[in-house]
Write a protein of this length. Structure first.
Length: 228
C-alpha cells in the first residue's frame, strides 16, 4: 500500500540529533513517507548551536510549493521556522491540512532560535491554523499558555539519560506519523510517547559526542545489539 505523506518543515542538524534528522528518521520508522522543507542550516553539535543560516524566503516557498503540489501531504509538522515571514508562509500554504506545530523557540543547549517577531507570528498567524501544538513547558509559557484544542505539553523524556538531544522533534514527528495513519489525538499521543521512551532507552548508554548526545534514531532490526 502507498504510505501517507508527512511534510517536515524545519532546520538541519549536522550532528544528526534534532531538526530534520530526527524528523525524517522518525517518520520513516513509523511507516510514512517523509518529505521535507529546509528553513535553516544550523552549525551545531552535542555541545550547542554555533551558527544559523536562514534559507531565503523564496527558496523556502519554492520547496514548499513543490511538495504541496506534487506529493499532497496529509500532515505537516513544523520545527524551527526562523523568521516571521516563513511562519506566515507556512500558515497560509498549509491551512486546511493537519498541522502539528513544534514551536522550537530555544535549543536544548540554550541557544535562542526565535525572536519576539517570530513568537508574535506564531501566536497571531500559525497557532490559529494548527491542529496540534507540542511545546515544552518553557515554550508553552512563552506562547502565553494558549487554550488550543490540541495542546500536548511535553515534559521531557520518561527515561533518565543525558542522550536526549532531539527528543521534542522526535515526539512531534512520531505524533504526526500516527495522525497520518488515521489515529485520533489521544491514541497518537500515547503511541508517540511510547516510541520516544523506547528510543531514549535504546540510546541511554551510548557515548556520542562531548555533550548531550542524540536520542537514538536506530530502529529494529538495525539496533546495535542485533548486528552480528
Amino acid at each position: 500500500m502507498t504510505p501517507p505523506v508527512v511534510l517536515a518543515i524545519a532546520a538541519t542538524d549536522p550532528s544528526g540529533g534534532a531538526g530534520l534528522a530526527a524528523d525524517l528518521t522518525t517518520l520513516s520508522a513509523l511507516g510514512v513517507h517523509a518529505a521535507c522543507v529546509v528553513t535553516a542550516v544550523t552549525v551545531q553539535d552535542t555541545l550547542g548551536v554555533r551558527a544559523i543560516h536562514h534559507v531565503p524566503l523564496e527558496i523556502v516557498e519554492a520547496q514548499l510549493d513543490a511538495v504541496l503540489e506534487d506529493l499532497r501531504p496529509v500532515v505537516v509538522k513544523t520545527g524551527v521556522l526562523g523568521t516571521p515571514e516563513v511562519v506566515e508562509l507556512v500558515a497560509s500554504r498549509c491551512a486546511g491540512r493537519v498541522v502539528v506545530v513544534d514551536p522550537v523557540l530555544r535549543a536544548s543547549t540554550g541557544a535562542e532560535l526565535a525572536d519576539r517577531d517570530v513568537l508574535r507570528a506564531y501566536t497571531e498567524v500559525l497557532l490559529p491554523v494548527a491542529d496540534v501544538l507540542t511545546p515544552n513547558e518553557e515554550e508553552f509559557e512563552a506562547l502565553g499558555r494558549p487554550e488550543h484544542p490540541g495542546v500536548v505539553v511535553t515534559r521531557g523524556g520518561p527515561v533518565v539519560t543525558s542522550n536526549d538531544h532531539g527528543t521534542g522533534c522526535t515526539f512531534a514527528s512520531a505524533l504526526a506519523a500516527h495522525l497520518a495513519h488515521g489515529h485520533d489525538l489521544p491514541t497518537a499521543t500515547t503511541r508517540a510517547s511510547a516510541f520516544v521512551a523506547g528510543q531514549l532507552a535504546l540510546g541511554s548508554a551510548w557515548e556520542l559526542g562531548r555533550g548531550r548526545g542524540p536520542v537514538a534514531h536506530l530502529t529494529s532490526p538495525y539496533a546495535p545489539q542485533e548486528i552480528a
